[in-house]
Structures are given as C-alpha cells and as structure tokens.
Design a protein around this ligand. Structure first.
Ligand SMILES: NC(=O)c1ccc[n+]([C@@H]2O[C@H](COP(=O)([O-])OP(=O)(O)OC[C@H]3O[C@@H](n4cnc5c(N)ncnc54)[C@H](OP(=O)(O)O)[C@@H]3O)[C@@H](O)[C@H]2O)c1
Length: 231
C-alpha cells in the first residue's frame, strides 16, 4: 500500500492508539484525535503522528480536525471512526440523558465527521472509511440498550454508506471486535493471551486496507481464537 493520509478518531489510547502506531510504522501520515491532552501528546511523541485535542461529538471540533488534516496532509485517504465509550444500564433503570450523550459520540459524532470528510473523498475519487462497531452490535445482551443500540446503528449506517459510496470508489468497512483488552470501561491491566489485544484489531484493519482497492470486506467480526479460559 502506498503512503496514505490517515485520520483516526480516539487515537489517544486503546485500539485507536494501536492503529496510529501501526499506520505510522508502515510509513503513513497520521492525524488523530482524543480529548485527554496528556495522552494525545504522549501518543504523538511516541509515534510521530499529529495529535489533536478534539471531541467528535462537537461539530466545531470536527470542522477544525478536517482543517488540520488539509493543512498538514493535504487531505484524507483513510478515515477510521474509532472514538466511542460505553454506558451499560437495564431498562427500567436507564438514564436516557446518558444514553443520548453516548449517541452524541458513538453515532452522531461519527456521522458529523464523516459527513465533512466524504465530499473530499468524492472529489479525489477514492478513500477508505473504517467504522468500529462491535459484536455487541450483533447480539443484544443484559444492560446493552445504550451501547449495543449505538453499535447496531454503526453497522446499519455502514451498510447505507456502502450503498452510497461504492460508486465513488470509496470503501466502507465495518469492524466488529469481540472483547478487546483495552482500558475500556475502566478495566486496566488485563493480559489474557486467550483474549484480543488492541494490536489484533489494528492488524485486522490494516489487512482490510491492504486488500486491492476493487475488493471490499463490508463487515469483519473479530474473535479471539481459543478463548477457553475466562478472566
Ligand atoms: N475494548 C473492547 O472490548 C471493544 C470491543 C468491541 C468494540 N470496541 C470499539 O472499539 C473502539 C475503541 O475502543 P477501545 O477499547 O480502544 O476504547 P478506549 O481504550 O476506551 O479508547 C477510546 C478512545 O476514544 C476516545 N474518545 C472517546 N470519546 C471521544 C470523543 N467524544 N471524542 C474524541 N475521542 C473520544 C478516547 O480518548 P479520550 O478519552 O482522550 O477522549 C480514547 O482514545 C470503540 O469504538 C469501541 O466501541 C471495543
């Protein structure tokens, strides 16, 4: 794959940081976002990518993010919509405002940013958009109303974008990881070799991007092989 210009949302830790790291190691230009200034600066220092403090749920931040990509890289070839967070609650005891806030990042933020990137990709006649959904968006579970619903939405939106953007040479790939051992939900220090690591998802995304431009993986579910031991 020739050097590409990546924009990764939520690159300050976890899967996003792993994507930033792999993309930089492969010689690509990378701009990434996050809200935690310290972590953004750290990933920037470690990878040589340009980190930007920006909240994907804020329209003005997304406009600035695109401007920075234009100034520093001259455009965007690969958009990775990774930023998201979780909120778990059972129906009957669910804070609907908290669910709305989650949708502002996991769904509307992704839509707003991509809405601004797609005209650039259409004008150049190519591009890749990678949306991070989840296996939680493939099977509902206890407490999953807010988060699972947001990830079902990401999967549905990805299918709509595939229908709209295939004629423009733009690929949309939806990646659905099973449990990944990041600091997701405040869990830290996990190191179970029978479960997925952030790098596994970054490798999967890079593999999808490496497919010939005429080949599209619309959706990739990623599970750990042999997850026979529980934490
Ligand atoms: N870990 C799992 O088990 C798992 C499984 C399936 C799918 N996924 C999906 O994979 C993606 C990454 O998850 P992860 O495990 O790497 O999570 P993580 O370790 O919690 O990292 C999430 C990243 O998103 C950023 N972020 C959150 N809200 C943001 C916002 N409003 N604006 C900009 N950045 C924001 C965070 O940065 P700041 O805090 O600096 O803003 C952080 O860099 C998510 O879409 C998640 O739903 C994760």
């Amino acid at each position: 794959m020739q050097a590409q210009r990546f924009l990764v949302t939520g690159g300050s830790q976890g899967i996003g940081a792993a994507i930033v790291t792999l993309a930089r190691a492969a010689g690509h230009d990378v701009v990434f976002t996050g809200r935690n200034e310290q972590l953004v600066a750290q990933v920037g220092r470690e990878t040589g990518a340009h980190g930007l403090r920006a909240d994907v749920s804020v329209g003005a931040d997304n406009a600035r993010t695109i401007e920075v990509c234009r100034e520093r890289m001259g455009g965007i070839d690969v958009l990775v919509n990774n930023a998201a967070f979780g909120y778990s609650a059972e129906i009957g005891a669910l804070d609907v405002e908290a669910m709305r806030t989650l949708f502002e990042t996991n769904v509307f933020g992704m839509v707003d940013l991509t809405n601004r990137v797609v005209p650039l990709m259409k004008a150049q006649g190519h591009g890749d958009i990678v949306n991070l959904a989840s296996t939680s968006g493939m099977k509902g579970g206890k407490g999953g109303t807010p988060y699972a619903a947001s990830k079902w939405a990401v999967r549905g939106i990805s299918q709509c974008w595939q229908a709209e953007l295939r004629p423009h040479g733009i690929r949309v790939t939806c990646v659905c990881p099973s449990e990944v051992q990041t600091a997701w939900g405040g869990k830290v220090g996990r190191n179970n070799p029978n479960k997925l690591y952030a790098k596994d998802i970054a490798e999967t995304i890079m593999a999808a991007l490496h497919m010939p431009p005429s080949v599209l993986w619309p959706e990739v579910a990623v599970f750990a092989n042999n997850p026979w031991k529980e934490d």
